[in-house]
Design a protein around this ligand. Structure first.
Ligand code: F6R
Length: 594
């Protein structure tokens, strides 16, 4: 979270910096700021989005080196005073990450007479660098010395008032790229931000410190030795899909699912498992948020198709426990962005234990993709909406394909099963499109939920995971409190939540007769049952439902249709309540802090 960018190129950099920063807005949009060098610093900060910086870049912003930042608040409220860059005595810093020992460092600095202007953890960094400079350290050394005092994760870019044509960049834990071009050098959290400003980039490694100037980029590793790295061409981010007549990107991206599934399936057709992965005796699937729910939805399919047991783990929890790994374990990491901090930390753990990692990842140039033994791609295309929509269904498809490939490699898939799954997969794009046609009905359900201001989602098997995704989507887009439970768990406590008219969204599917019984239980306590079922179950769910949506598809297909249905309910609930569907409060598209 947070996006940083810096540029030095022999021209006034302010406008280009704001353009590059706008491309990083998906990493957070609480506030934005820019500092441009000399004479002195020109600094401008705004609450909210990066393009707010454009107005007010007056003649004082003529400097030829600068840094900028778009914030997702961690320490300190989302207010102007906490916006980056943080400036202290000739040192300006932008930071992505979390400094875990900031309180202790701040106390030490305060005892030496330092006064702070913000509540952020980041502000200690320019103070420490300035203190090192005051003791006589050159810019690079001052940054190195400061990094030695920091605990936690950081990607920082530093601008010095007395070296106005250079930037210093350091990394520990948080991804950052440095780039070079004709008479130009740059830094950014994501290389696509630098398209048009530099030609090639390389990712810094943990412990690296780099100096950037018009003459090029010098990288030193943690030991202080010059580091030679591979450079890759800077390319523009994939174009955002068209809004196609919709009023939000999120809604357009729901509609783009059919095409995204076709692209993903084409890309997966070319992938083969390595012998080591094909020989997996156990899978550990690790992810966060919607990606975790995609994994949770697909787990039963993977186990069924491959015969390989599949454990599911929340990345932020898994990384904190020293779980024993049995021989033959293969890790499957699922991530849209490929840069979620907790999932990346788990990847590092697996690497240290020589566990092969398969990355089911959407962003092809991401660190997760770079570091994986095998990339098992999704091709959802760029998601402009913060909420996962098309990336979720593409993950479902990729995971089914992975289970199938594993099962085939082990001789566990019969010709009959293969034919059935291929037929089901081929029907998925059309099923998503058909589910979308039920929008008017889903919209009226959304309005009922918005009116009641709460919802419970239940299901069994893969549909229990879709219920979880539905509750997450509703919460994040509409801020309505929503809970999801495996239908059989209700009577172990959550059924106490039910009151007259409580909306309970029931995702039918496998073991429908049992789910039906659970739906009856909530109905008899006053709940309004909203059934999302296939045609085969319409007759039995109809009589107990306050609303029933008969979705297309059976098996796999029904799950994809339910995914589309819960997305549309969430979008319409958000719109009914006047929420910003594409940029929900408090969120960011890339979660690069723990
Ligand atoms: C919800 C959503 C998040 C992400 C989660 C993991 O709509 O988008 O829950 O799924 O932050 O992100 P990735 O998939 O990039 O690892």
């Amino acid at each position: 979270m947070c996006g940083i960018v810096g540029l030095v190129n022999g021209h006034a950099v302010a406008t280009d910096l704001v353009t590059a920063l706008g491309r990083l807005e998906y990493r957070g949009y609480d506030s934005a700021g820019i500092a441009v060098a000399g004479p002195g610093f020109a600094v401008r900060k705004v609450a909210g989005r990066a393009n707010g910086l454009k107005d007010g870049l007056d003649a004082s912003f003529g400097g030829q080196a600068g840094i900028a930042h778009t914030r997702w608040a961690t320490h300190g409220r989302a207010e102007m005073r906490n916006a980056h860059p943080h400036v202290y005595e000739g040192v300006a810093v932008v930071h992505n990450g979390i400094i875990e020992n900031h309180a202790e460092l701040r106390a030490g600095l305060a005892a030496d007479g330092h006064e702070f202007a913000s509540d952020t953890d980041s502000e200690v960094i320019p103070h420490l660098i300035a203190a090192a400079r005051a003791r006589g350290a050159a810019p690079m050394e001052a940054v190195r010395e400061t990094c030695g005092a920091l605990h936690g994760a950081y990607a920082i870019a530093v601008l010095f008032e007395d070296a106005p044509d250079h930037l210093v960049v350091a990394r520990q834990g948080s991804p950052v790229m440095v780039a070079r071009g004709e008479g130009a050098a740059a830094v950014a959290s994501d290389p696509t931000a630098l398209a048009g400003f530099c030609d090639e980039y390389t990712a810094l490694e943990d412990g690296d410190i780099a100096e950037l100037g018009r003459e090029g980029v010098v990288i030193r590793n943690g030991a202080g030795s010059l580091a030679n790295r591979d450079w890759q061409a800077v390319t523009a981010a994939e174009e955002a899909g068209a809004m196609a007549g919709f009023t939000t990107y999120t809604r357009a991206e729901i509609s783009a699912q059919a095409a995204a599934l076709v692209r993903t399936d084409d890309a997966l057709a070319a992938r083969v498992l390595t012998p080591q992965i094909a020989a997996a005796e156990r899978l550990v699937v690790v992810a966060c948020g919607s990606s975790l729910y995609a994994a949770s939805t697909a787990r039963a399919w993977i186990e069924e198709l491959s015969g390989v047991p599949c454990d599911l783990e929340i990345a932020s929890e898994y990384r904190t426990r020293n779980a024993p790994l049995s021989r033959g374990t293969v890790a499957l990491l699922v991530s849209q962005s490929g840069e979620t901090a907790d999932t990346l930390a788990v990847q590092t753990m697996f690497r240290a234990k020589d566990v092969p990692v398969v990355a089911v990842v959407n962003v092809a140039h991401s660190q997760m993709a770079r570091d994986a033994e095998l990339v098992w791609p999704t091709r959802a295309g760029r998601e402009m909406g913060v909420a996962a929509t098309k990336s979720f269904t593409c993950q479902l498809l990729a995971l089914v394909r992975f289970g199938l490939a594993l099962g085939m490699a082990r001789g566990a898939v019969t010709a009959e099963t293969l034919a059935r799954i291929e037929t089901e997969i081929a029907s998925l794009p059309a099923i998503c499109t058909a589910a979308e046609l039920l929008e008017p009905q889903l919209k009226s359900i959304a309005q009922r939920i918005a009116y009641e201001n709460e919802a419970l989602f239940i299901g069994r098997g893969p549909a229990a995971a879709i219920a979880a995704e539905g509750a997450l989507k509703l919460k994040e887009l509409s801020y309505i409190h929503a809970e999801a439970y495996a239908a059989g768990e209700l009577k172990h406590g959550p059924i106490a939540l039910i009151r007259e008219n409580s909306p309970v969204v029931v995702c039918g599917g496998d073991h429908a007769e049992k789910t039906l019984a659970n739906a009856e239980e909530v109905r008899s306590r006053g709940a309004a049952v909203i059934s999302l079922v296939g045609a085969a179950d319409a007759e039995r769910f109809g009589p107990i439902s306050a609303e029933m949506v008969v979705l297309p598809g059976v098996g796999l297909g029904l799950i994809f249709a339910q995914a589309v249905a819960v997305q549309l309910i969430s979008v319409h609930a958000a719109e009914a309540l006047g929420c910003d569907v594409d940029r929900p409060r408090n969120l960011a598209k890339s979660v690069t802090v723990e």
